[in-house]
Design a protein around this ligand. Structure first.
Ligand code: SF4
Ligand code: SF4
Length: 79
């Protein structure tokens, strides 16, 4: 069993996260970000189009999933 890479919840990653510009984020009125580090959004998520693969955090930590706002933090996801 392999889990996703662990993403630190820090200021740098918060600045790099592009979640707030994502269609899912806007459609669902989400309020947090860096879901790959912090885990699921507290709001109900209407999934539209996850843009995580375009994010610098995604590339930096070699992430391989989508919709962290619904599936939870990378380090807890089986891939
Ligand atoms: S990979 Fe996705 S959830 Fe993680 S920081 Fe980037 S846009 Fe946000
Ligand atoms: S995890 Fe993906 S779908 Fe969710 S808000 Fe961030 S970019 Fe959008």
């Amino acid at each position: 069993m392999f889990l996703g890479n662990s993403v630190p919840d820090n200021e740098e990653n918060t600045k790099l996260c592009i979640c707030p510009t994502c269609p899912t984020y806007k459609k669902s009125n989400l309020s947090n970000n860096v879901f790959c580090a912090r885990g699921k959004a507290k709001e109900t998520v209407k999934t539209v189009n996850c843009i995580c693969p375009s994010c610098a955090v995604y590339k930096k930590y070699l992430l391989d999933q989508l919709y962290y706002c619904t599936i939870g933090k990378s380090a807890e996801i089986q891939s």
